[in-house]
Design a protein around this ligand. Structure first.
Ligand SMILES: *Cc1c(COP(=O)(O)O)cnc(C)c1O
Length: 374
């Protein structure tokens, strides 16, 4: 066949590289023949979902021949209560990833600009480039900053122009774990002109236990151009079901709703998310386990002479002070999956998700072995 389909694709898509996910357990099993694998690569909750979620899913299995509720009535009600807004402010997504893409599809065209930071979550560049818009990438803080590789809001503000329509900010950011304080973020949002939509991605909100960490969804009344995204994939332990959402001005939600696939959040995901919101205890347990994990892995890294970037999430960006590829491979051979971040421009780091205490122990032991082998 003589056609190159690549020539037929839009210029934005031609230049795209696919998102690189964490290596699935089954793939490592197939490729390396190892068993008893632990995955600390995708910031999933090692405790899994709440038992109430599993019960709720079980009870709704007999409804699977029916389409899901396209408006997600029940879940939106509960999220509206949680955020003290009207249900019209909520947009549900197939993961918050879906909403991040809907925002680009809704507000960007080829001559408009979107701003994000160097070392930001990989979905922002993909979403922007897929619609053919212009990405303006702000330099991140330098490695010796107290938030190394984190968002530099002053640098981001400098890139705002008449063409800017969208700014993506992750708080905390993935893969760095760095965060923005209430004062800093508010000052920034205050300076952004009204023709620019500011997306604050709070995927790790429930894990963030750091000083002066803001809940930006409380500022919607003051800043109607603000959109906050949250997810059930991280602290709620529902990554496999794909459900997230945004809180925004109702007009913004109305626009997103025009683009959104009508049945983008499936029945089980809606039921599970509702049940997850009811189990405060599981959330608290998950947060405590994470904090203990952060301390445990930091102590292990310290013993091994490694440093790390401060994190408000459920993962640590660990500096190996050498190229990470071989270490990543060595860990794989020992059945431990972590996340290389060279594709983010960080060739000497690994991003490691906090597991259970036993998993963290295995990681530290394996890391020690790999480092002394080399
Ligand atoms: C994991 C993550 C998300 C989205 O996850 P979904 O599973 O699509 O909800 C969004 N933003 C950041 C920064 C993340 O790390």
């Amino acid at each position: 066949m003589s056609t190159s389909f690549s020539d037929l694709a839009t210029p934005g898509v031609q230049g795209l590289k696919p998102y690189q996910p964490g290596k699935p357990i089954a793939e490592l099993e197939r490729e390396y023949g190892v068993s008893n694998i632990i995955k600390l690569a995708s910031n999933e909750n090692p405790l899994g979902p709440s038992a109430r979620v599993l019960e709720a899913i079980g009870a709704s299995l007999h409804d699977l021949q029916l389409y899901p509720d396209a408006n997600g009535f029940e879940l939106k009600q509960r999220l509206a209560e949680l955020h003290r807004v009207e249900p019209e402010c909520i947009t549900l997504g197939n993961g918050s990833n879906d909403v991040l893409v809907l925002l680009a599809e809704t507000f960007l065209r080829p001559d408009s600009e979107a701003i994000y930071s160097q070392y930001c979550f990989a979905v922002y560049p993909i979403a922007v480039q897929a619609v053919g818009a212009v990405a303006r990438v702000a330099d991140a803080h330098p490695p010796d900053h107290d938030m190394p590789y984190g968002h530099d809001l002053a640098a981001m503000a400098d890139l705002i122009s008449d063409q800017t329509r969208l700014i993506y900010i992750a708080n905390p950011n993935n893969p760095t774990g760095t965060w923005l304080t209430e004062d800093a973020l508010r000052d920034f949002v205050d300076r952004v002109p009204e023709h620019v939509v500011v997306v604050v991605d709070e995927a790790y909100f429930e894990y963030a236990e750091v000083d002066r960490y803001p809940n930006a969804s409380l500022w919607l009344n003051e800043y109607p151009n603000l959109v906050i995204t949250r997810t059930f994939s991280k602290a709620y332990g529902l990554a496999g079901l794909r459900v997230g959402y945004s809180v925004s001005h109702p007009q913004v939600a109305g626009l997103l709703n025009r683009v959104r696939q009508p049945f983008n959040v499936n029945t089980l995901a809606q039921v599970a998310a509702c049940a997850a919101l009811e189990d405060r205890h599981h959330l608290i347990k998950s947060r405590e386990a994470n904090l203990a994990g952060i301390r445990q892995v930091q102590a292990g890294c310290e013993q091994l002479g490694l440093s790390w970037v401060p994190s408000a999430g459920n993962f640590l960006l660990v500096d190996l002070h050498r190229s990470a590829g071989e270490v990543f491979e060595g860990l794989l051979r020992r059945g431990v999956i972590t996340r290389p971040v060279d594709n983010y421009g960080l060739p000497n780091h690994l991003r490691i998700t906090m597991g259970t205490a036993a998993e963290n122990e295995r990681l530290i032991t394996a890391l020690g072995e790999v480092l002394s082998d080399a």
